[in-house]
Design a protein around this ligand. Structure first.
Ligand code: DX5
Ligand code: ZN
Length: 221
């Protein structure tokens, strides 16, 4: 199974964001994870479509937009126009989940649904066939640098089974508290796409950290 590393620029140095994006892609990132928070759905405020548009010319790596905003629909076309490749949202933040998925796909982006630690798997019923990605939060959304919630491993394993049964190619992404020393257990639970913010941007040598993550993923596999 292909493993993708998606550094979250939430933990980058925002005063040097362009350089940070270039550096992390040069260091081996597969995706650029872009955390959008609105001080309403989550208690923090970050970056929007203008910043997405500004970093778009700096890299060919897909931009993986994680919307932690409510409402969702109004902002989707703006992110598509700003160059997002993947747009994921939380079902609790959308009045009509199926419609939001359609909106993302009609805008030419891949669509992802994000499950908070307490969001039941049943939110995937009836929509899994339309999703390109399922994102499992292994922390409560809002801040970088939190600890991985172990229950996420059981959730990943259960979703991996559902994805495999669907026969569709759906990425299973995990977000929150992913580090070199737990990435292997998370992969064993079924994740194939790994968001990591502080674990990468908090280290001096991004390439070395990403290589250490890949070495863990390859170990004994
Ligand atoms: C949390 C964000 C995450 C966060 C991950 O709401 O969605 O992407 O930046 O940060 P770390 O890897 O530091 O837990
Ligand atoms: Zn995120």
């Amino acid at each position: 199974m292909a493993a993708r590393i998606a550094p979250s620029i939430l933990s980058a140095d925002f005063a040097r964001l362009g350089e940070e994006v270039r550096a992390v892609v040069r260091a081996g990132a597969d995706l650029v994870h872009f955390d959008v928070m609105d001080n309403h759905y989550v208690p923090n405020l970050t970056i929007g479509p203008l910043v997405c548009k500004a970093i778009r010319p700096l890299t060919d790596a897909p931009i993986d937009v994680h919307l932690m905003v409510k409402p969702v629909d109004r902002i989707v076309p703006e992110f598509a126009a700003a160059g997002a490749n993947i747009i994921s949202f939380h079902p609790e933040a959308s009045e009509h989940v199926d419609r939001t998925i359609e909106l993302i796909r009609d805008a030419g982006c891949k669509a992802g649904l994000v499950l908070n630690p307490a969001t039941p798997l049943s939110c995937l019923d009836h929509v899994l066939g339309k999703l390109d990605l399922v994102l499992v939060m292994s922390v409560n959304p809002g801040f970088g640098g939190q600890s991985f919630i172990p229950e996420a491993l059981r959730k990943l394993a259960a979703i991996r089974e559902r994805i495999d049964r669907s026969g569709r190619e759906i990425w299973l992404e995990v977000d929150g508290g992913v580090k070199v020393d737990n990435i292997r257990a998370i992969a064993d639970a079924g994740a194939d796409t790994f968001v990591a913010g502080s674990a990468i941007f908090g280290t001096p040598d991004y390439a070395r950290t990403i290589a250490a993550m890949r070495a863990e993923l390859a170990r004994g596999a």
